[in-house]
Design a protein around this ligand. Sequence first.
Ligand SMILES: [Fe+2]
Length: 205
Amino acid sequence: MIANSKSSSEVEAPTAISGEKRKAIACVYVPQLMPTGQAHRFEFETRSLPGRRVVCGNSSVSWQEQATSAENPLFAYVTSSSVLQLVRSRVGLEDVLDISQTECWISRYRTGEYIGVHRDCAGIIQLLLCLRAPNSGNGGDLVLRLKQGDRSFSLKDGDGLLFRAAEIEHYTTELVPTKWCPNPVRVVAAARYFVMSSHADHLHP
Ligand SMILES: [Fe+2]
């Protein structure tokens, strides 16, 4: 289910293309991109995927990452025609017909875990899907360092965020225990989209 565009928010950044100024979208927040139940199903169904520990910045902090294959229902979702249409239409890629490749993985954070400040190494746009959010007060916020200033997102179950992860510095805040939730978890799916190189050159001269 694609959320109504009126309920989402966008941050625009001007990009020069073919000698003209047009607006490219830096990030689009899409609350309730999918129903909470569907997000929880994806979270549950991916628990058994092979995982690895990854680090970013602080070598003493790691979290679990699990790659999905084309056979996985989550992968099928992020490459479905409705989601690809959302990606194209909401971030200034309307004229890009060929999203040539998609990578999709799960990140699972527990107490003390976070991802440090970074830019992704590849991809023209990324869709972050929150499959299971920590409770309020347990941390786990996503922060984008936009030109307009830092913007923090407390994504809830089923929320989506489209953003240019290879261009915008971003990080998450540490998951911390509280009296009410001593063992918080944060589970997100990340889908990284690529386009044909000729299109990429056109979009980012
Ligand atoms: Fe990232």
